[in-house]
Design a binder for this molecule. Structure first.
Ligand code: ADP
Ligand code: MG
Length: 238
């Protein structure tokens, strides 16, 4: 599960074309990083995949189904943002339970998923606290926990660590990579940080002004950047 294909997808806001026709295949279980400078369309692309924006033209398929006009809730994708968007008045447990409650999942199943997510994310001792009583890293883990319990076929991360300090970012990167290994689920991770892209990705998609400049493994991009832009951005010696 978690195969996503984009076929000639475009997006315009009014007269302004932000995503020119774009083709992309994301394979089952892959960790894919969208990287590129601010304003190049990373978030827009992620939001199109999540269904938070409608494509102007083209087709999106998820696990073989035409998802182009599917509402976000039906896409079985979970999005994690840089602003954690937690409910401050609810305990960690209730924050994590919230999407399951909305989906009408039985309480014993909710409890099983919360315990399992809390264990995976080192949150077991914090379930009864409120977000205000947690560190930035712990809050980000709660946001990830809330995504995990939906058992999505893919996770979409939009610069999830950019609010954290440098030391914490390193640790959270490792945690996300560990989670990817454990769940074996597709993850799409958006960042403008080259180091993050090069250290985390199975596959990097380099974007410039909505265009895909190159797709490849970190080593492929490093050794054989297709053009000056990719070379400069990835830091190749070329
Ligand atoms: P990134 O995430 O790479 O920084 P975005 O996807 O947020 O880039 O933005 C890409 C371009 O699309 C930018 O020029 C931005 O101003 C424009 N854009 C994004 N969302 C909207 C919107 N809702 N309306 C108009 N323009 C938008
Ligand atoms: Mg963005």
């Amino acid at each position: 599960m978690g195969r996503i294909t984009l076929d000639k997808v475009t997006k315009s806001f009014g007269e302004v074309n932000v995503i020119p026709p774009l083709d992309l295949t994301i394979n089952d279980g892959e960790f894919v990083v969208f990287v590129g400078p601010s304003g190049c369309g990373k978030s827009t692309l992620l939001r199109l995949i999540a269904g938070l924006e409608d494509v102007t033209s083209g087709q999106i398929r998820i696990d073989g189904d035409d998802a182009t006009r599917m509402p976000p809730a039906q896409r079985r994708l979970a999005m994690v943002f840089q602003s954690y968007a937690l409910y401050p008045h609810m305990s960690v447990r209730k924050n994590i339970a919230f999407p399951m409650k909305m989906a009408g999942i039985p309480e014993d199943e909710q409890k099983r998923r919360i315990d399992s997510a809390a264990k995976a994310l080192n949150l077991t001792d914090y379930l009864d606290r409120r977000p205000g009583q947690l560190s930035g890293g712990q809050r980000q883990r709660v946001a990830i926990g809330r995504a995990i319990v939906r058992e999505p076929s893919a996770f979409l991360f939009d610069e999830p660590l950019s609010n954290l300090d440098a030391a914490l970012r390193v640790g959270m990167r490792l945690e996300i990579m560990e989670l990817h290994k454990r769940l074996a689920t597709t993850m799409i991770y958006v960042t403008h940080d080259q180091v993050e892209a090069m250290t985390m990705a199975d596959k990097i998609v380099v974007l410039r002004a909505g265009n895909i400049e190159q797709v490849g493994s970190p080593l492929e991009l490093y050794r054989e950047p297709r053009n000056e832009f990719v070379a400069g951005f990835i830091g190749s010696p070329k």
